[in-house]
Design a protein around this ligand. Structure first.
Ligand code: PLP
Length: 406
């Protein structure tokens, strides 16, 4: 008899986006002529940079000829991409990362979801609240939690983000083995300083723990004093894996390319305490289960680092950041406290009411769709997330409607 992995039955159905869709559909039915503005979903809206499109076309043409056709590539990614990533994203910024420590993939979602697989199921896992739900759900699927009660899974250590700590969680009071962190944060837009990250790195070193650091929004960090990588922190190489993505950096959400950095110094331990290189484990997992990203897409990602690519990516990020700044300024002018929107495309707004109530207010009074913070965890209650991924015209229109209606 084929049996299921019963851990899947513990998963709480995520009603967030389906509930939003239902409320939006009901509103649209009642007001068919109203043009809704969607500032809810974290997907980019602008086209791929020209440099990437040019590289993509060229690589597709190479695939059309027997002489230049490429079949399976190296599972970890082509050297041309791994080398330029190591140089441009890390070495030129003073971080010691080698090309062999880069694993190219088709998404930070898959990597941040899959990485836990190489660790024991009886480790203690610390996860922020509010949070990008992938970290929680993949640990539930793997059997690292008990049942869910009152919005929380038994066995997980929740790192609470609150108004008091500015949504930068405090260190746990107990030892933990695996720690998920995400900066700039989704959903809150909060950004940790080097000093704050140093505390996490030191904690991980002291506890022989490992940090899974999701830096999918790294390109939005503009303040030169803020860390763009956990490897800017002394000791980071010993205790941190970093996830990066071209999705938000260069509009690759539909094209799919990302990478994970696994430094050779990172260790995990056997039951008897013997150290094993995480790099070797991940390499084994990756080469067994993954056949890398298509050649044209890797060429398109490489073009992000060309002189034109860099300029175009800078413009793309500046465009969204200008939207974010505008949203934050407008909401603050209306008397709402905001986090994010400065080194992040997300603005996290204290709605001074129930998350869904505020969501409904913006939908019905302004025709603007946001995301209720409660959908990202218990600590998100009372907040909403507005995303800067839209055209400036739509953002301006949304904010003037919100100003008129609040
Ligand atoms: N990590 C975070 C924090 C995200 O918000 C997202 C997407 O919204 C991802 C990862 C997924 O990135 P990718 O498109 O590379 O799978």
């Amino acid at each position: 008899m084929i049996r299921i992995n019963e851990n899947y039955l513990k998963l709480q159905a995520s009603y967030l986006f389906s509930d939003i869709a239902k409320r939006v559909a009901a509103h649209q039915q009642a007001h068919p002529d109203e043009k809704l503005i969607k500032l809810g979903i974290g997907d980019v809206t602008r086209a791929l940079p020209d440099a990437c499109i040019g590289a993509l076309h060229k690589a597709v043409d190479e695939m059309a000829s027997d002489d230049s056709f490429r079949g399976y590539g190296p599972e970890q990614g082509y050297d041309f991409l791994r080398e330029v990533i190591a140089r441009e994203d890390f070495q030129t910024r003073g971080c010691h990362i080698e090309a062999e420590e880069i694993f190219v993939s088709d998404g930070a979602k898959c990597d941040s979801g899959n990485f836990q697989e190489i660790f024991s199921t009886d480790i203690t896992v610390a996860i922020p609240d509010p949070v990008y739900p992938v970290y929680v759900d993949t640990n539930v699927m793997a059997g690292r939690t008990g049942e869910s009660a009152d919005g929380r899974y038994q066995g997980l250590v929740y790192l609470e983000g609150t108004r008091e700590n500015g949504f930068i969680p405090d260190l746990p009071r107990q030892p933990v083995d695996l720690i998920y962190l995400c900066f700039p944060n989704n959903p809150t837009g909060a950004m940790a300083t080097k000093e704050q990250l140093k505390q996490w790195v030191d904690f991980a070193r002291d506890n022989k723990a490992l940090i899974l650091y999701d830096a999918a929004y790294e390109a939005f960090v503009q303040d030169p004093g803020l860390p763009r990588s956990i490897y800017e922190i002394e000791g980071g190489r010993e205790v941190a894996i970093e996830f990066r993505s071209f999705s938000k950096t260069a509009g690759f959400t539909g094209t799919r390319c990302a990478y994970t950095v696994v430094p050779r110094e990172c260790m995990a331990y056997t039951g008897s305490g013997e150290a094993t290189a995480v790099h070797a484990l991940w390499n084994r997992r990756h080469t067994t289960k993954f056949n890398s990203v298509s050649y044209p897409v890797q060429r398109a990602a490489e073009a992000v680092y060309s002189p034109e690519g860099k300029t175009q990516v800078r413009e793309l990020i500046a465009y969204y950041l200008n939207n974010a700044r505008y949203i934050r300024e407008q909401m603050e002018a209306l008397g709402y406290e905001c986090i994010g929107g400065r080194n992040s495309p997300y603005i996290w707004i204290d709605g001074k009411s129930d998350s869904w109530e505020f969501f409904d207010l913006l939908l019905t009074k302004a025709g603007v769709v946001c995301t209720p913070g409660a959908g990202f965890g218990k600590c998100g209650e009372g907040y909403i997330r507005i995303s800067a991924f839209n055209s400036l015209e739509n953002v301006e229109e949304a904010m003037s409607r919100i100003s008129r209606s609040l």
